[in-house]
Design a protein around this ligand. Sequence first.
Ligand code: C2O
Ligand code: CU
Length: 498
Amino acid sequence: MNRRHFLHWSSALALTPLLLRKSWAEGMADMPGMDHAAMAHGASASMPAADSLGLPHGLPLPSLSMLENHGAPGHFVGQLRAAPVSLPLLPGKPATTFWSYNGQIPGPAIVAWEGDEVSLQFANQLGQPSTIHWHGMPVPVGQDGNPHDPVLPGQTRDYRFSLPAASAASYWYHPHPHGHTAQQAYMGLAGVFVVKSRHDPLVHLPEQWLVLSDLKLDDQGQIATSSAADHHDGREGQFVLVNGGWQPEIALAEGERQRWRIWNASSARILKLALPAHEVDLVGTDGGLIGAPRRIDSVLLSPGERAEIVITGRFVPGQPSALQALPYNRGKAMGKEQTDILTLATIRQTGSKATAALPGTLRDIAALGNPAVKRVVNFSENMADPAAMFLINGKTFDMERVDFIGKVGQIEEWDIASQAHMDHPFHLHGTQFQVIARTDDGVWQTEPFLAWRDVVNIPAGETVRLRFVQQQPGLRMFHCHILEHEDAGMMAMLDVRP
Ligand code: C2O
Ligand code: CU
């Protein structure tokens, strides 16, 4: 029994020490009537079932449209326009209104190279302020689309930055305006930004790019408003889409190796991804390739997080050939937990192929040294105060308040704890970090491998220790990447001084 099942029952419990909570939870384990039905009472009663809506599924995986580059070599110059768009989604129903970049769901993919200069003109044709945040990218603070820097309705602005050496990775972009990030993201505003390297050890492998997003429709086939449970737990809909399609089909040959880049662009879902039967090696995280491939059974992707995997086709009769999301309990207070296996995509066998080599080493990652500063970051929930429910170190976000003062080039070590019912995925702007250790049921475990990340899930009751260096000065946001929590104040700022 997962101890987190029991943490719903009293918010006061979140304040009691872990050990106490554990034994309390174990004591409750046999009590009759303690089931999910009771916990689901807050879920939106009006959300129509997925099957009743008739959304087409099982079509070939949609490929992402690419943002056109108007620049000379070494320069990416493009335009992104945020505006409402109506797309036919459900047969026999009026078109569904999304908010999109350039009319695309997901937004157009941007592909640039290490060393490139990037210049992106953003036109905001929404009815509310917006920004574009270049999630995970090492961009100057004035170009990072912070909530301090809104682009008002009808305005345009240019974002300019350059892509440093060794920055190749799978990033993404999404709005980050004050208080409206969740809505703008669930209405459809998000796209991927892939930075490529000219020395890529996996360049010989064919690639698939999979953007996982969440769609919640009402019975008219329009994007539903958020329920109380969505605001509290983080919004989840009836559908997890892949590149905007529902349960698409991906072609793979027996023995074939493909490199998949996967983005969790959902507001709140924590996806425990698995590909039963097939061989899967983790080769990259948010900040690009890891040191060496690692054979895995599953990978946990929290909102905002990315993984690169190499899949080798192994079709085993009688075993499902699919990209699945395994059940995961993230400690919701109101909504129902995911207790079933979700099929996100099916994988159809197309003949067989010779198996390409997978290099034994991918990249050098040096461990960050001893920290000059150590800090503690506590995520907590206060159900008693609807105006300040989601807190960092006991405080709700304030645009005018600097929470920590740091220094360019200084190694920082942060212990980030979820002293709460729920998992809260931590995200830091401006740089990538290395996870050093994490607790598992309160017991510290050293991280088994080095990786560059910009999002890490902090499970309820646990702590994650990470280190980073900021190379550029300015105010950097850090927050929970459940977008409803971020909007509700679970965000704070690090001022990096020169
Ligand atoms: Cu992807 Cu501050 O966000
Ligand atoms: Cu959160």
